[in-house]
Design a protein around this ligand. Sequence first.
Ligand code: SAM
Ligand code: SF4
Length: 334
Amino acid sequence: MSETGGLVDTFGRVHRDLRISLTDRCNLRCLYCMPAKGVPWIPKPELLTTDEIIVLAEMFARLGIVEVRLTGGEPLLRPDIVDIVGRLSSIRGERGPLRVSITTNGIGLANLAQPLADAGLERFNISLDTLRADRFAQLTRRDRLDDVLAGIEAARATGLVPLKINTVAMRGTNDDELIDLVRFAREHGAQLRFIEQMPLDAGHIWSRVKMVTGAEILETLSSEFELEPCEGRGSDPAQRFVVDGSATTVGVIASVTAPFCGACDRVRLTADGQMRNCLFARGESDLRSLLRSGATGEEIEAMIRASVTAKKAGHGIDDPGFLQPDRPMSAIGG
Ligand code: SAM
Ligand code: SF4
């Protein structure tokens, strides 16, 4: 436990993992995330500066956070991304330096993977929903598959493991490629994780019926591979399986049909400095305004603790009364 008592909520969950969104901007327009014309961007003055991110991360580390995942929008669009990774990974938490990883669409990684690794990054998480260039262009509204594949190669070349690849399964879009994607991951020494599509898109196109469920994903994979459940899931959102008795694993993140809220250890900081205690929370805590008003560290830490205390037991996506958060995934940070 941290010397400050840790970020423990009313259900006894201890929060160790902070997701920081570095920007809401993106160079893709994935169907399940952003509409073709994009979304109204957060005005620049409202975005946290790098110094503000570091100050807040230091406070979170004092409160027991040991792991930071950078996300967005597309985090590689932040011009000083290498510097941010370097500074974050030199912050000391109760278990040593913060462990910093990144979730990215991979564009730009061909040049940035090694500098990020040199700056102290621990791991890459790259999104890839299809291996077909025409489908990629349709799904992301940009013809950039080759850039993503080059990014995956560069990430692999750094030797940072495990290299994770995230795939959102979509009915009638890429659900005929699930097996090919597992093979691709195996060939690239990566761990593939399939994600159930969640109601977080700005265009509100999500529908429960169109979502490919975790059970369906497993059924498809089982027709080709022998899957053996891995032990010791802990707070991992993915339920993982060993593929054909090999070193390869595949994971399923069934956020909708099999929520893992009971083991959640995550909190979030948006690019404009709002703390969220859940991806699906409907409220936020305005750390940016407090910080800019000259508040003391104790006052800011009190707001962080209050947000954790207010965390609900679960997100309730599958409940009839579920309300989608006001912000889309790209603005919250996935
Ligand atoms: N731009 C980066 C990327 O795509 O990896 C980071 C941000 S993105 C919002 C983070 C992750 O959220 C990606 O793996 C993306 O596929 C996933 N995602 C976005 N919208 C989603 C949705 N509606 N349901 C499930 N996953 C989603
Ligand atoms: Fe951009 Fe990532 Fe959203 Fe796709 S999922 S539009 S890459 S933020």
